[in-house]
Design a protein around this ligand. Structure first.
Ligand code: PEP
Length: 253
């Protein structure tokens, strides 16, 4: 089964709109001709400018979060339709920083996935276990619950539009990457859960990305694993040279 391959940069709360356009200008020539989906999840304020700047390039701009309501009296929140109009093509949902720091539950993540699909924004659903959960032997139970709950009631057709990202919480921003074997085991498990939910054809077609301290030294081995279809890169995506070097390791898939 040939699946789409992705590299996704998650800038978190870094870079102004001007810095975003400077970055894209530097990145474009470095990744020219790469047969790869290159996504950047930028801060809300950079989406419109980054999108118009990235037009005619292979770089796709998206967001890092959205509210689950269509609209409403939710001061400080942002709706999918607003993101869409600003130019966002995809949105990260259920990132562990959202779950941990902003108390997003599996139910909230589920509602956001449903809304993003309704608003025609491609969801990148992030799942992952904490170190404690792994040490207690509960990693698979946690992953299954996160995936099942977030994707409950989603049709096969909608499921084929989304991307899954396995991001062990203990590897995010810590410099600790899962070993390629560990990551492959988790991806293979996530793949089985997707097949259980959506059947073989759709379950095997969904790309699963690995995230957690990926850098130019670790990307190649990670990408060599059978069930790893790309990487979600946080800290190392902030520098266009490093991001392009990681992208160069993803094109051989
Ligand atoms: C992330 O924020 O999704 C991430 C993977 O971060 P980092 O690469 O910095 O661990």
């Amino acid at each position: 089964m040939v699946r789409e391959v992705y590299i996704v940069g998650n800038w978190k709360m870094y870079k102004t709109a001007r810095e975003a356009t400077d970055y894209i200008e530097k990145l474009v020539p470095k990744v020219e001709g790469f047969k790869l989906n290159i996504y950047l999840a930028v801060p809300f304020t950079s989406i419109a400018q980054a999108t118009s700047f990235a037009k005619q390039t292979q770089i796709v701009i998206g967001a890092q979060n959205m509210n689950d309501a269509r609209d409403g009296a939710f001061t400080g929140e942002i709706a999918g339709l607003m993101l869409k109009e600003a130019g966002a093509s995809f949105v990260l949902l259920g990132h562990s920083e959202r779950r941990r720091l902003f108390h997003e539950t599996n139910e909230i993540v589920h509602k956001k996935v449903v809304r993003a699909l309704q608003d025609d924004i491609q969801p990148i659903l992030c799942v992952g276990e904490t170190l404690l959960e792994r040490d207690e032997g509960k990693a698979e139970e946690v992953l299954k619950e996160q995936i099942m709950h977030a994707l409950e009631g989603i049709s096969k057709e909608d499921a084929s539009r989304l991307i899954l990202a396995y991001e062990p919480v203990w590897a995010i921003g810590t410099g600790k990457t899962a070993t390629p074997k560990m990551a492959e085991e988790a991806h293979s498990f996530c793949r089985d859960v997707l097949i259980e939910l959506f059947g073989k054809k759709v379950g095997q077609s969904i790309s699963i990305l690995y995230g957690g301290s990926v850098n130019a030294d670790t990307a190649l081995q990670i990408m060599a694993q059978k069930n790893i279809d790309g990487v979600l890169v946080g800290g190392a995506s902030l520098d266009p040279d490093t991001f392009a070097a990681i992208a160069a390791h993803c094109i051989h898939k």
